[in-house]
Design a protein around this ligand. Structure first.
Ligand code: PLP
Length: 407
């Protein structure tokens, strides 16, 4: 749907990004003429196999990996996170280690898995320490607190690089150093960080496992990476053929792999410049909304955030109604709630930051990308202000909730 004064505005880039034109171009040959199986030794297969090798090498270079052998292709961020945690726990179990340190604000790809593994019904039950966070979204007792939570039986520390809801960036270099010093394995969910902040794994030897996803950096969906530090013998994630050196069986998603490498090339070319530009646009958008809407507040600290993420809350507002009203105006955003069993639950991230459940439900996430323009930001700022005013007006009227839902 177009905005009243222009084309649709997409500000939900933390959910997914538009596959860049050059990404699609890089994929097309592997959907058309180069459709061979990369494991086949005949001409159809071998040239495709070379393309997979080339993509793996380029991605390894972009990440500062010590070689292509550290890159395992998966189906996306969720699989990579699951594989890292399950793999580390399987290794830990051999030494009687069943404890995990993580934070209260992880993505469901980590959180749901660990919640299941710590439940009394879980067959190989693990113990999880959930580190609390501050009102600004940072680890409450800092890296020292994380270090203190590591025990002799800790099999893994699992933390996200950047939060998908608030954009808050954890001090990964210090966390990696602390884990290295403590001799603890570290898994980092870098799904939201990739393509937005520099990732140089050569300088972060404390990171053993790192998860990435193609569709968050203008690449395709259904392709991800698990970086596995050399010397870490990950048990097979998916058993079957010899693909991915036996670590993840199954015929490779070659178009996805080619597209992902192109996405990395694209983002690396102008990462710092894109980050500066996007942060400026985000700050402008935020300022315009916060200045115009009494009571509106930012969720999370203003500094140490992903350049394109803004999470705002409007007390006594219904975030879902706001998202729907904005959608009618041609602006795509998301709210600070998750649909669980058909009912709206406030975001666990905002609750962990001490936001009251009712206020968390009045949150809105606006996420920009390297493609977002100044004009889009202007349209979005005007629309958010207009939507909040309209909904506040409706809410003040008798029978308000029913009307908002019906409209
Ligand atoms: N981790 C984080 C921080 C995310 O934001 C997401 C997706 O939103 C995921 C993991 C899951 O990635 P995927 O959608 O590729 O499974």
């Amino acid at each position: 749907m177009a905005t009243a004064s222009g084309p649709p505005v997409y500000l939900d880039n933390n959910a997914t990004t538009r596959p860049a034109d050059e990404v699609v171009e890089a994929m097309l040959p592997y959907l058309r003429e180069r459709w061979g199986n990369p494991s086949s030794i005949h001409t159809f297969g071998s040239r495709v196999g070379r393309a997979v090798d080339d993509a793996r090498e380029r991605i390894a270079r972009h990440l500062g990996a010590s070689g292509p052998g550290e890159i395992v292709f998966t189906s996306g961020g969720t699989e990579s996170d699951n594989a890292a945690i399950r793999g580390a726990l399987a290794l830990g179990a051999r030494e009687g280690k069943r404890h995990v340190v993580t934070t209260a604000v992880e993505h469901p790809a980590v959180r749901s898995l660990l919640r299941g593994l710590e439940s009394p019904e879980a067959p190989d039950r693990v113990e999880v320490t959930w580190l609390p966070v501050t009102g600004g979204g940072d680890i409450r007792y800092g890296v020292g607190g994380l270090r203190a939570a590591i025990r002799p039986d800790t099999a893994l520390v699992s933390v996200m690089w950047a939060n998908n809801e608030t954009g808050v960036v954890f001090p990964i270099a210090e966390i990696a150093a602390a884990c290295e010093e403590a001799g603890a394995l570290l898994h980092v969910d870098a799904v939201q960080a990739a393509g937005k902040v520099p990732i140089d794994l050569e300088r972060l030897p404390g990171i053993d496992l790192l998860a990435l996803s193609g569709h968050k950096l203008h690449g395709p969906k259904g392709i991800g990476i698990l970086f596995v530090r050399r010397g870490f013998h990950l048990p097979a994630l998916v058993a079957g053929g010899h693909q991915e050196r036996g670590r993840r069986a199954g015929t490779e998603n070659v178009p996805g792999i080619a597209g992902l490498a192109a996405a990395f090339d694209l983002c690396a070319r102008s990462l710092a410049e894109d980050a500066r530009r996007t942060a400026r646009l985000r700050d402008d958008l935020e300022r315009r909304v916060l200045d115009a809407v009494p009571g509106a507040v930012r969720n999370g600290a203003a500094d140490r955030r992903l350049p394109g993420t803004s999470s705002l809350r409007f007390p006594d507002q219904d975030g879902e109604a706001l998202v729907l009203d904005l959608a009618r105006r041609g602006i795509s955003t998301s709210s600070g709630s998750a649909c669980t069993s058909g009912s709206l639950e406030p975001s666990h991230v905002l609750l962990a930051m001490g936001v009251r459940p009712r206020d968390a439900l009045g949150s809105l996430r606006l996420s920009l990308s390297r493609e977002t323009t100044e004009e889009e930001v202007s349209l979005a700022a005007e629309a958010v202000v207009a939507s909040v005013r309209r909904l506040r007006g409706l809410a003040a009227a008798p029978g308000a909730r029913t009307r908002m839902v019906l409209e």
